[in-house]
Design a protein around this ligand. Structure first.
Ligand code: 6CS
Length: 312
């Protein structure tokens, strides 16, 4: 049998590396009986089209980013909050792997639309690239910031005074080049591989948030698998959780020097980061009051878990 696995990335970018590794393991473990065919971003439309295909079961598996489904699964916008997760990417990955708020409560929200997340993982800390130096909230005044388009992502940048707008990444290079957009956020590997640094003069090491991705499946398909097949999928996803942490780390470490060749790197002082954090923290209440459909219960629990896990 054949399973189709779509991602939002191309080439050997982290999501594609993940899907290809998944395909390799399934092929080996099933003795060649199951073939997983992987599709790059664009192969089946935009990121938003891909979610519909997953819901409809045209594809069985997908890497899905909350930023693109946030307006459908409101609670997933939680990942658009800045300065929520700890600065350590390793710790963040541990929280994404173990948190009950995420892996049980948030999962239920996805299931309501027929999509089952099997895991959440980080593609690394996000940084800002821009056509002018971004060092303080004042620099964001009326700044045309590209986001993936979820309401909370936009709200987070409005809190800095920016003028954010959702855009598909396939059109972003051109938008940055011609000034339709003045800046964007992404992990280092993605900035370099998508060549955004070529059309941006600065990269601020802001570490304001992590890029969170999720391995998702069509729920009906997953529940219709035999017990052995489902165990094979679960086992492989478990195995890939630490694998993908190493993969994103390798790519993010490697690509920094590529960006440094053409782009000025700005490091923020603790005080400068604190200015952003101060404006970002009240957005948690905005999420509770205006976005969440469960009065912020998932955020309350997640905050508690983060506190416990970072105190260890
Ligand atoms: O910025 C984006 O939209 C893209 N960034 C990453 C890291 N992966 C896919 C996504 O579409």
């Amino acid at each position: 049998q054949e399973w189709l696995f779509i991602t939002e990335e191309t080439g050997e970018q982290v999501q594609m590396a993940y899907a290809d590794e998944f395909a390799k393991i399934i092929d080996e473990k099933s003795g060649g009986n199951i073939t997983v065919t992987t599709y790059e971003y664009g192969g089946l439309g935009t990121e938003k089209d891909q979610i519909v295909q997953l819901q409809e079961g045209t594809v069985q598996l997908a890497v899905t980013s909350p930023g693109f489904i946030g307006n459908t699964i409101k609670e997933s916008q939680i990942f658009g909050l800045h300065f929520l997760f700890p600065d350590s990417v390793e710790k963040t990955h541990e929280i994404l792997t173990e948190s009950e708020a995420i892996n049980e409560d948030l999962v239920k929200q996805y299931e309501a639309i027929g999509v089952k997340p099997l895991s959440f993982w980080t593609e690394g800390a996000m940084q800002w690239t821009s056509n002018k130096p971004l060092e303080s909230p004042a620099d964001f005044e009326n700044f045309k910031m590209r986001t993936q388009g979820s309401d909370l992502q936009n709200e987070s940048y409005q809190a800095y005074g920016a003028n954010p707008d959702g855009y598909s990444w396939g059109e972003l290079y051109t938008a940055l080049e011609n000034g339709t957009m003045e800046g964007q956020e992404n992990p280092i590997f993605f900035i370099a591989d998508a060549s955004f640094h070529e059309v941006q003069d600065y990269m601020t090491l802001s570490n304001h948030n992590n890029y969170v991705a999720s391995t998702t499946v069509n729920q009906e398909w997953y529940e219709g698998l035999t017990e052995d097949e489902r165990a094979l999928v679960d086992e492989t996803v478990d195995e890939l959780q630490s694998w993908v942490f190493e993969e994103q780390k390798r790519q993010n470490d490697e690509y920094l020097s590529v960006i440094e060749e053409t782009t000025e790197i700005i490091e923020l002082t603790e005080e400068q980061r604190a200015e952003f954090e101060k404006l970002a923290t009240p957005i948690r209440d905005y999420y509770r009051e205006n976005i969440s459909t469960v009065d912020g219960a998932i955020l309350d629990k997640l905050e508690q878990e983060i506190e416990e896990m970072t105190a260890e």
